[in-house]
Design a protein around this ligand. Sequence first.
Ligand SMILES: Cc1ncc(COP(=O)(O)O)c(C=O)c1O
Length: 345
Amino acid sequence: MPGASDYRRIVDPRRALDDLPSAGVGHFPTPLQFLPRLSDELDIEVWIKRDDVQGVALAGNKLRKFDLVIGQALEDGKDLLVTTGAAQSNSARTGAAAAAAVGIGSVLLLSGHPPATPTANALIDHLVGAEIRFAGDVGWDYLNAGVRDIVSEFHRRGHKPFAAPVGCSSPLGSLGFARAFLELDSQLTEAGIESSCLVHTSTSGGTHAGLLVGRELSGRSIQIIAVDVGAIYEDPHGALLDLARASAERIGTTVDLAPEDLIITTDQLGDGYAIPSNAGTEAIRLLATTEAILLDPVYSGKGFAGFVDMARRGALDGPVVFWHTGGYHALFHPPFASSLSNETD
Ligand SMILES: Cc1ncc(COP(=O)(O)O)c(C=O)c1O
């Protein structure tokens, strides 16, 4: 029998990635779409990867992560997802919806306070039957610790719970984006596109970490630029690389990168996480009016604002890919909706 130290030598990482159990809650591949009117507007060839249209509860990027995390949990005989996020968390909503779709329960620990009327993501949390607990005005570390407490509580009550951290950015969850990168790689090859750069929205970093692992596996040379709209890590480059390395390790490979090789910009953070910005609002309107594709004011709108800014400054060389990570549910949360319908900005 080979020992753990032999694992890296004997396992084909692409095979190991393919063999990860999936919950079957996504519709993959997601479309890679050319954007003709936006390309004219920005004077650069723009493609968009449509992770906003895939699978349960209108999905978004988190579905790729939960697909693997829940897939593994089902294989391990687990029966209850415990996860966490902000009151309007896309990640928590996606986890709860994916759990419902495979017939298991979910408990969500959310920051903030119970709303008088649940809207947008919070409404979907209710509709898919999640048990929702509010932690008050607390930070991400507190929420992750709270998840561990809830897991212990449900163990004591005879369940077989499993946890997913903020953003579902565990090493396994992040591998959903290693798969996603290979999906994009095939689509680019099939369409004959030599893209120089890929821009995506980032917060907990699982998307970025997984894309880096996928790029390493593919051997494709493409810049991966993260527009960080959360700034949740003291040392984002170090945190990202640790996560990418742990994800790679899980499939018996490595990522050959130094922290300074990672491209992360916080230019679009504005007044902070989940606070709509004028640039984000303008970006949302631009993509809606040119291509009728919807973004949101917390994540993808700010990420797209970063993309537009780079394109307008001539910092990008076409063809380029903007990875749409979803999140437009937030458009239907009244405080966000009013920031967008205000014509004075
Ligand atoms: C719509 C959307 N885009 C991007 C992100 C960031 O992804 P990650 O947490 O993997 O960095 C999130 C995270 O919640 C999200 O909901």
